[in-house]
Design a protein around this ligand. Structure first.
Ligand code: MSP
Length: 514
């Protein structure tokens, strides 16, 4: 049976419009999914929208529409963006879909039966106008008055259903100990483990102060808290109330990766695993919590005008192309524990250095020499590749390892290193000079054949990052995109005599225009 590969993004709130943050996370998952498909894994790549809760209810009211129609409009916008960016998700789950609501209720009933839920009361400072509870600290900060209306906060009490998170403390700690790579990067893992040591509080999992949510089974006045509802998306999309072999999607769970931003790590690394433990279901294999994009040195904000919103992103794509956008996201993004700065200058420099001067230049240089010296035919390599076959296999192995560990920027670098080495090899062996001496013809043929085969493999490894131009390139060389991975990634696929044309992949973009 083919090995599965399952990856998920967070499901995005429909009260916001898509921006760089959403597109970034989804692009990370997309690159991984593409790399897995190339390796012939059976891929399930999930994304979707989080549509319940008081925030959606409120923004719908502000727009004078029902929460459902507000959610429909914005979910459609997220879906449009996915196809605009050619992101290759398998499914798109919306939390207002019947398949999701029905299964969430079934899972909650199971939690109830397992004894992991209880009804308790909650007391706190309540802002009646805003319909929200404030923490003691926040209430104190605004002198026990509403920061919106100025009216005094009231001491209110609410009956809620609680999830016994505290009961899972030992099991969670044991899991973290036995799975030291459960959360990545390791700095994030340390944070979670540290917080776990401080002790766990039970989690309120229903609300009674609004209605836009999934009703609590058997207790109709209660609505399931939006976060509890949302976390279940990862398994409702797989129809996982039926975890049996008869369910064709059950094979994808547990997911290999939940990819999220660092601000929602606690929900994913602690609350969600505890819920799965209570349900006696397998935990996700890994969680990758990336950091944040800031913009031109500052936190993104609408008022500062430095927000990388959809129109801004589209202007970059119009100028540099979709590959260039992905490349910047995937190699310069906040994939690890530090935030990344989106600067227009850095975008331009990255495009020029990597795509124009390295990928573009190396491939056009080699193909141009073959066109000129060998009439556009793949020359014969009597040296059988020299040191290159082993070097390329090493690059392929590194790339596979980096993708398996979700080290995407490192995987990209495996290919870039190979290209830089080809450049050095050309500069050292000087085939353009040797070509003037007829006695050197066989040597030149071998050098250029080795270069092109190495470039072919490097560009193959770049396909998940640069899907547009890399697949164009490999088609131009007559390579079958559906050949098995161990064939495509093997040395010696380009046959002597095969047609080679000069390629021009990434045009230079002038600074003044940018
Ligand atoms: N609905 C919840 C998630 C529920 S998952 C079961 C939510 N939605 S969100 O719309 O606010 O999306 C948050 C996600 O967007 C982050 O986790 C991150 O993936 C992405 N980003 C939002 N802003 C970001 C940046 N400035 N930089 C990078 N990614 C960030 O939270």
């Amino acid at each position: 049976m083919t090995r599965t590969a399952c990856i998920t993004t967070p499901i995005y709130y429909v009260n916001d419009r898509p921006h760089i943050g959403h597109i970034f996370t989804t692009t990370l998952c997309d690159a991984w999914a593409r790399a897995m498909r190339m390796q012939q894994r059976d891929v399930f790549f999930l994304t979707g929208t989080d549509e319940h809760g008081v925030k959606v209810e409120k923004s719908a009211a502000e727009h004078n529409v029902s929460p459902q129609s507000w959610a429909d409009t914005n979910a459609a916008e997220f879906q449009r963006v996915l196809s605009l960016f050619q992101l290759t998700n398998t499914d798109f789950i919306r939390t207002t879909e019947p398949r999701h609501e029905r299964q969430v209720q079934a899972f909650i009933e199971r939690l109830q039966k397992s004894g992991a839920l209880y009804k308790g009361s909650f007391e706190g400072w309540y802002d009646e106008g805003q319909e929200e509870y404030l923490t003691e600290t926040r209430a104190k900060e605004c002198e026990y008055k509403s920061s919106i209306s100025g009216k005094p906060l009231v001491r209110a009490q609410e009956q809620n259903w609680y999830f016994k998170l505290s009961a899972f403390s030992d099991r969670l700690k044991a899991h973290f100990e036995s799975h030291p790579h459960f959360v990545q990067p390791s700095a994030r893992m340390n944070e979670v483990v540290g917080r776990l040591r401080e002790g766990l509080q039970d989690v309120p999992m229903t609300r009674t102060n609004f209605t836009w949510g999934i009703p609590m089974p058997g207790d109709p006045g209660h609505v399931i808290y939006v976060w509890i509802d949302a976390l279940f998306n990862y398994i409702t999309a797989l129809d996982y109330t039926d975890a049996s072999e008869k369910n064709p999607r059950a094979r994808y769970w547990p997911a290999d990766w939940h990819v999220i931003g660092k601000e929602i790590l606690w929900f994913h690394a602690v609350i969600w695993p505890a819920m799965l433990m209570a349900l006696e279901l397998p935990l996700p294999t890994n969680i990758h919590a990336h950091s944040f994009w800031i913009s031109e040195g500052k936190k993104m904000s609408k008022s500062l005008g430095n927000f990388i919103d959809l129109p801004t992103i589209e202007s970059y794509i119009a100028r540099y192309g979709l590959d260039a956008w992905r490349w910047f996201m995937l190699t310069r993004g906040p994939i690890d524990a530090t935030d990344a700065d989106f600067r227009a200058v850095a975008f331009h420099e990255t495009y020029t250095a990597d795509l124009v001067n390295t990928v573009g230049n190396c491939s056009s240089r080699v193909t141009a020499m073959i066109v000129k010296t060998f009439n556009g035919q793949m020359p014969q390599d009597i040296e059988r590749g020299g040191a290159w076959p082993a070097r390329c296999q090493q690059a392929v192995a590194d790339w596979e390892k980096h993708f398996a560990q979700f080290q995407l920027a490192d995987a990209a670098d495996d290919a870039m290193k190979l290209l830089r080495e080809v450049d050095v090899f050309i500069n050292q062996t000087e085939p353009f000079k040797l070509a003037k001496d007829p006695a050197q013809r066989e040597r030149v043929a071998s050098i250029l054949a080795q270069c092109l085969e190495s470039v072919r493999i490097a560009l193959l490894l770049l396909e998940p990052f640069l899907p547009q131009k890399m697949s164009e390139f490999s088609a131009q060389l007559g390579m079958a995109a559906d050949a098995p991975w161990n064939v495509r990634s093997q040395w010696g696929q380009l046959q002597p005599g095969a047609a080679v044309t000069k390629v021009a992949l990434y045009p230079r973009v002038e600074v003044d225009k940018a």
